[in-house]
Design a protein around this ligand. Structure first.
Ligand SMILES: [Zn+2]
Length: 71
């Protein structure tokens, strides 16, 4: 299998498909903070299919997470 081969989930979607969305994973504290409207960087971000839940990519790089924090 080549590294460049486009990964698909169980539904056959690639990560460009609208069903495949980035999800922010927050710690309990992060959830509380975000729910009251304060910007907070997620603990982890995943690119996953919203339909079957298959994870395409897990991002735990702090720099990227800060750029993607909930506003
Ligand atoms: Zn899927």
């Amino acid at each position: 299998m080549s590294e460049n081969q486009e990964k698909t989930c169980k539904c056959g979607y690639t990560r460009e498909h609208p069903w495949v969305v980035p999800k922010h994973k927050y710690s309990t504290w992060g959830m509380i903070v975000v729910s009251i409207g304060i910007s907070y960087a997620p603990k982890l971000m995943t690119i996953e299919c919203d339909k079957c839940g298959e994870v395409f990519e897990t991002i735990d790089d702090k720099e990227t997470l800060l750029k993607n924090k909930y506003i």
